[in-house]
Design a protein around this ligand. Structure first.
Ligand code: FE
Length: 262
């Protein structure tokens, strides 16, 4: 079912949060659709497991065949493994980091990506569409080497990809976070391991504070709404040691025993 994050009649932002069968995929993920003046942009549409349901659900708001762009924050399977289906089912082009654009054809059959992939340079880009200028924001190493986020200045939603992601227990609603401290345990482990370093977190925080979004909506788990709650997140991530900050020589030793169940 789609959740309407914003709708002024001309400009609609939808979130789909329950399309993946967690039994097999095990990681809940959100997909997003922005519709403006009859044009559609799909953000992080997900893997093959989400394709059919997302196609059906979004059809209630917008004909999928008329998609203009698919935006991929990075190249992970839960983000963009469904690409061949979207390319075949519409005229859409893919927007993705220039460092991943060369790898993306590996998801697809021979010749299917020709002229369909737009490589975003490291500095990001504005993306004009009708009267709106969307912003493709650099978020490199948060967590992928080439990583972008999508900002919609009309709804003031920052689609933050894996930043702010939470791994919620099954059945917990995708309502905006109410109690930041209670929410922290669902985010801490993920950010500490996946985000590459505190240094890049701080650069990102600096950029987002200037942007002052109304919503921050991650690709997994619950969204953040309002300056206060987003501020809590920014203060937290700004001070979080993560990724390479936490690595020690101890962790880079040749193993001496079998640690996996075969
Ligand atoms: Fe990822």
């Amino acid at each position: 079912m789609a959740i309407e994050l914003f709708n002024n009649g001309k400009h609609i932002c939808l979130m789909f949060s329950d399309l993946v069968d967690e039994g097999e995929a095990s990681v809940q993920s959100n997909q997003f659709l922005i519709v403006q003046d009859g044009t559609g942009i799909l953000l992080d549409p997900g893997g093959v497991l989400t394709y059919n349901d997302l196609y059906m659900e979004m059809s209630k708001y917008f004909p999928p065949k008329q998609l203009r762009y698919v935006f991929a924050s990075h190249a992970d399977p839960d983000i963009i493994a469904s690409l061949p289906r979207w390319l075949a089912g519409s005229e859409t082009k893919l927007l993705i980091s220039s460092i991943w654009s060369r790898f993306v054809p590996h998801f697809c059959a021979q010749g299917k990506t020709e002229g369909r992939i737009i490589a975003i340079p490291d500095e990001g880009s504005l993306l004009p569409l009708g009267e709106t200028e969307f912003q493709i924001l650099p978020a490199h190493f948060l967590h992928a080497e080439g990583n972008f986020q999508f900002y919609d200045p009309v709804s003031r939603i920052l689609f933050s990809g894996d930043m702010g992601a939470s791994m919620l227990p099954d059945g917990l609603a995708m309502d905006p976070v109410q109690d930041f401290d209670k929410h922290l345990p669902y985010m801490r482990g993920f950010h500490a391991r996946y985000m590459v370093s505190n240094k890049v977190c701080r650069y990102w925080v600096e950029m987002v504070r200037k942007l002052d979004p109304e919503w921050m909506v991650p690709q997994h788990g619950a969204p953040f709404k309002g300056r206060e709650m987003i501020g809590r997140f920014l203060d937290w991530i700004e001070a979080l040691p993560c990724g390479v900050d936490l690595m020690t020589q101890e962790m880079y030793q040749a193993p001496r025993k079998i640690t996996i169940s075969l």
